[in-house]
Every structure is written in C-alpha cells, then in structure tokens.
Write a protein that binds this ligand. Sequence first.
Ligand SMILES: [Zn+2]
Length: 128
Amino acid sequence: MVMCFCRKWVIVRTSWTNNNPGRRFWGCPDPFIGWYDEPMCAHSKVIIPGLLRTINKLRIAVDDIKDQASKHEKEVVKIKEQATMLKYYLVYSWIFFVVVLNIVVMQINGNENLVSIDQLWICSVVHT
Ligand SMILES: [Zn+2]
C-alpha cells in the first residue's frame, strides 16, 4: 500500500470520463493524485464509451425483463390457486349431486309406484 502526502492510504480508482474511460488513477480523500495506467489510445477512447453505453442499455433491458418475469410468476401462482379452488368446487359439486341423487332415489324407492332407479338415471342423463 502506498501512503499519500496527506498521510492517508492511496486508493486505485477508475476514471469514467470520455477522455479516460476505464483508466485507473491514484486517489485518496483527494480526488486525483496521479495516473495508475498508461495513457489510453484514441481507439480505446472511442470504443470503451460505446461499449459502456451498450452495457447500460442491456442492464436496463435485463431489469425490465426481470420485472416482467416477476409479474408473470405472480400471475402463474394466482392462476394455480384459482385452478385448485375450481378443482375443489368440482369435487364438492359432484359430491353434492350424488348426495342429492341418493336422497331422491331413497324417496322414490319408498314409493315403488312412482319411478324406478333406471328411469331416474335415464332422466338425469337426458337432462345433463
Ligand atoms: Zn491525500
């Protein structure tokens, strides 16, 4: 570690200015002491800011996609819950139907002259 003239430890930082994109320099609480890296070539000064802009756009796109995925996951959970409830409703409605049918059949069997169970079954199939 290197100590600054102000008696604090020197830190290596990275410049993100257009003239020195990605070039490291020495700093401490004072913002700039000297360059850590060699000067950048003209081509790097053009290429690196373009790459940084592309990375930033992609990060924003990834964040948007993550937000959408999160919303879709919540919708999927909600739809699964509704499907489970509908399955319960279906099962309970069939149980209710069978119980009511049994009650009707028991009442009819009490009076054999009205309708036989075969006739009741045919009636229920025709009406459904
Ligand atoms: Zn200093």
